[in-house]
Design a protein around this ligand. Structure first.
Ligand SMILES: NC(=O)c1ccc[n+]([C@@H]2O[C@H](COP(=O)([O-])OP(=O)(O)OC[C@H]3O[C@@H](n4cnc5c(N)ncnc54)[C@H](OP(=O)(O)O)[C@@H]3O)[C@@H](O)[C@H]2O)c1
Length: 324
């Protein structure tokens, strides 16, 4: 089977199309014939070598989020999954391949109306946005700022906040054109990356972190909550908590949130709900699996709004190779 592996950690040129034996599902796992594979920010971090501390080896096959059809089940897995269209999560690798082994516990059946491409666009990002907003104790009527709204998680957070009855939804983004697209998804206020001095938020869902994080504490209302769900601009300064203490009497909170702290059963249930929620899957581009390096180049340049999706030869829909 064809797969895409990291031959050399660093730039996208280190990705190579390789032929590998089809993996066998162990106990509790299933083998999925992939149709669509989501290209995530974490794939880029692994490829770049930024997560070297996790011990990824040369030849590592990237890819966490896949959709396709169950081909085989391992010991202890209900055989009635075989032949079912599913979304699944491979974890930190194995997804950029024509066949992928995934834990059966992550399987979510795909409703007829949801394409594999839409599934890998909505699934993981929507799940993180959902639980991130819950971690922030977001309630209807509250004002929300989504910082880094143009990525997969942010786009879903804007839509979920709108659906959850947010009073206002502000977003940070780098262009007016992206701002317009975010307004179509539910944003009510469009700000530049620095937040432009706007304030008065009950909740800030922050995908960015980085050196500017502390300045966003000052935008919170009394009892406001800032939850960091990503670090696309790197870690904040070591003394980032100073702003919180400087405004001690505002009772503000800061938290990180990782989906790793949510039970698999809850993640699966929320992902299944997302597929019947009517939320918009914003797909930036669909490329063949063999062009994974091009997908990574596009992510590296920052041109991507929404999700880049790879498809395999098993994919039943049209394949857009316009970016080739
Ligand atoms: N918490 C969890 O469980 C979980 C799960 C999966 C992934 N993650 C994390 O989520 C992040 C990826 O999320 P994503 O795919 O939604 O994000 P993304 O697409 O990589 O970035 C989101 C947006 O942030 C803006 N941005 C990029 N660099 C920036 C900078 N230096 N300063 C300010 N804004 C910047 C960009 O929009 P503009 O150009 O429009 O500003 C970009 O579209 C990663 O950090 C990943 O580790 C977390």
């Amino acid at each position: 089977m064809k797969a895409v592996a990291v031959q050399e950690f660093g730039g996208p040129g280190g990705l190579a199309v390789v032929d590998l034996p089809v993996p066998s599902p162990a106990g509790g796992q299933v083998l999925v014939t992939t149709e669509a594979i989501g290209v995530g920010g974490v794939d880029v971090l692994i490829r770049s070598g930024a997560l070297a501390a996790y011990g990824f080896q040369d030849g590592h096959v990237l890819g966490g989020e896949i959709a396709g059809t169950v081909a085989e089940v391992g010991e202890g897995v209900d055989p009635s999954w075989i032949g079912k269209r599913v979304w699944a999560f491979a974890g930190l690798g194995g997804g950029y391949a024509e066949m992928a082994v995934v834990p059966a516990a992550t399987l979510v059946p795909l409703p007829e109306a949801v394409s594999p491409v839409d599934a890998v666009t909505l699934g993981s990002s929507g799940m993180v946005a959902h639980f991130g907003l819950r971690h922030a104790r977001f309630a209807p009527g509250e004002s929300v700022l989504v910082r880094g709204a143009a990525g997969g998680i942010g786009i879903m957070a804007v839509q979920l906040a709108a659906r959850g009855g947010a009073g206002t939804i502000a977003v940070t983004t780098s262009s007016a054109e992206r701002g317009e697209r975010l307004r179509e998804l539910g944003a009510t206020h469009v700000l530049g990356r620095d937040g432009g001095g706007a304030g008065g938020f009950d909740v800030i869902l922050d995908v960015v972190a980085g050196p500017d994080l502390p300045s966003f504490f000052t935008r919170l209302n009394p009892n406001g909550r800032l939850v960091a769900v990503g670090v696309v601009a790197g870690e904040p300064p070591a003394d980032f908590g100073k702003e919180l203490f400087a405004a001690f009497r505002k009772s503000m909170s800061f938290a990180t949130f990782s989906a790793d702290t949510v039970s698999q059963a809850d993640r699966t249930a929320v992902t299944a709900d997302l597929f019947t929620s009517g939320l918009r899957a914003v797909v930036h581009e669909v490329l063949p699996l063999e062009q994974a390096a091009l997908a990574h180049r596009k992510l590296d340049t920052g041109e991507v709004f929404g999700r880049i999706v790879l498809t395999t030869r098993s994919f039943s829909g049209a394949r857009d190779t316009s970016g080739a």
